[in-house]
Design a protein around this ligand. Structure first.
Ligand code: GDP
Length: 468
């Protein structure tokens, strides 16, 4: 009808929701990764490139013109913060482009697509609406799943066994040594311990360590300062008294699992259909073999969160349905010349294979690739000591100068990087990588100016191609 047409032109999509509230398919795409992995930049770039198509040749629904229109709509979950797309886009497209604020909490954005179905059936049908609900959440929260299998004593023992030579670990241990966990709870002592332990977690994350729990300590949001985040690992105490520090921390640990971890999995995680896990693999490689070792363990932990039937709690939540595609993507590939991308992808694949084996993972289709959601560099070759080095050129943050960098070679055999025996034996990406903090290039390059991303379209194809 003319009226309906008028409305749908005026308020794009609203009529669809009104006329067919139950039939529009919804894809919930989870985007996660540890902090600084590139979630915010990925979502902003993905949405910008879906809204303004033409730069996604490998994303078939866009390339074959099946996506007729795309528009943002109010998200379905009123109590979840909205992903602040406009502000992030404004940062990236400013006269002086800068990186947006990183993910600190869960957020959501609904992008609705009008898609013309293909094939014979499609030729009889008009376009249908598919809603893409993008859910952005910190990977740190996902790692908390491992806590559900542990009690306070077990978790404490695991943590205390590994933190000594990690940043801030010794400080925490020495503070611990000067306090008696069997003594009656004294809140300032509890707070001092939690503060010191949190400082250690943040420092360890900063240094590239991934298995840092409880995840909410690093990204507390409005739980900051609450008892549920005021505990820390303690050595085992024989028969702790009812009012002891140990008993109270044990109680808070259980409360954390019940009131923080479980609601996240129930309300958000269990509703996801497709998942991308972003990993700052280059950052970990640069930080050294320990950080890589740690990342591979974190990837196995993350994968095990997606394993159907892994634990009773999750199985009950999923009730038979499951996340059917998971993509691990190494981000910021624009730090390397494309000649080095196959190695980066091979390492990501090797890490994934290994994580699959460790997590005894079967079920969902799992993929690995290396991407840059937003390219900050272009490529060149420069002579150096008689050889031509494949370099990338970009503008460093806070400088007007564009400069060329060669961050060093990745090992050609991923086994080299992953073999624990080689710990500390070699360093990769140590040459220029440290200083390669590039300013973003404008997100809105025109066709012909080069793609503003690397394989973002392939990632979209893997995650969404079959659904549109
Ligand atoms: P989040 O914590 O996972 O949300 O991470 P962000 O998306 O905020 O990314 C963290 C930082 O990584 C950014 O501020 C950029 O400096 C860098 N970054 C993210 N994506 C890219 C990319 O595609 N290319 C480059 N060169 N840097 C990136």
């Amino acid at each position: 009808s003319t009226l309906a047409d008028g409305i749908s032109r005026g308020v794009d999509g609203v009529t669809d929701t009104l006329s067919a509230p139950f039939t529009d398919p919804v894809i919930r795409l989870g985007v996660t990764g540890l902090s600084r992995a590139g979630k915010t930049v990925f979502i902003t770039s993905l949405v910008a490139n879906l809204l303004d198509r033409g730069r996604m040749p490998q994303f078939q629904p866009a390339a074959r013109g099946a996506i007729r229109t795309a528009y943002l709509q109010p998200q379905p979950d009123d109590t979840v913060p909205r992903f602040d797309y406009e502000t992030h886009l404004a940062a990236l497209t400013a006269q002086e482009p800068h990186w947006p604020e990183s993910t600190r909490r869960i957020s959501e954005l609904r992008l609705s697509l009008k898609v013309q179905p293909g094939g014979l059936i499609g030729s009889f049908q008009g376009p249908r609406t598919v809603h893409l609900d993008i859910v952005d959440y910190p990977g740190e929260w996902l790692l908390d799943l491992s806590l559900l299998d542990k009690d306070f004593a077990g978790w404490s023992a695991d943590v205390l066994a590994r933190i000594e030579d990690r940043p801030g670990g010794a400080d925490y241990l020495s503070l611990l040594a000067s306090n008696d966990p069997s003594a009656v709870l004294d809140e300032p002592v509890a707070q001092a311990l939690a503060r010191s332990y949190t400082a250690h977690l943040n420092a360890a994350r900063e240094a590239g360590y991934s298995d840092c729990t409880p995840g909410r300590f690093m990204l507390p949001g409005d739980l900051e300062g609450s008892p549920v985040l005021t505990f820390a690992p303690l050595p085992l105490v024989e028969k702790p008294g009812r009012r002891s520090l140990w008993r109270e921390f044990e109680r808070r640990f259980d409360s954390y699992k019940r009131n923080v971890v479980k609601p996240f999995f129930r309300d958000h995680f269990a509703r996801i259909d497709r998942q991308i896990v972003l990993v700052d693999l280059l950052g970990a490689i640069h930080s050294g073999p320990r950080a890589v070792e740690d990342l591979r363990r974190a990837m196995a932990d993350i994968l095990s969160a997606f394993r159907p039937g892994r634990n009773d709690f999750l199985s009950r939540l999923f009730r038979g349905r499951r996340i059917d595609k998971i993509l691990f993507a190494a981000t910021k590939a624009d730090h390397l010349h494309h000649e080095q991308h196959p190695q980066l992808t091979a390492i990501t694949e090797a890490l994934l294979r290994e994580a699959r084996d460790r997590a005894a993972f079967a079920g969902a289709e799992v993929g690995a690739m290396s991407i840059a959601a937003l390219r900050a560099t272009d490529e060149d070759r420069v002579p150096h000591d008689g050889v031509e080095l494949p370099v990338v050129r970009g503008r460093l943050l806070g400088s007007d100068r564009r400069a060329a960098f060669y961050p060093g070679a990745l090992p050609s055999d991923p086994g080299h990087l992953l073999a624990p025996a080689r710990k500390g034996a070699e360093a990769w990406l140590d040459a220029d990588y440290e200083v390669m903090r590039f300013a973003p290039l404008p997100l809105t390059l025109k066709p012909g100016e080069g793609p503003p991303h690397i394989r973002l379209d392939r990632a979209a194809q893997f995650l969404l191609g079959d659904k549109l």
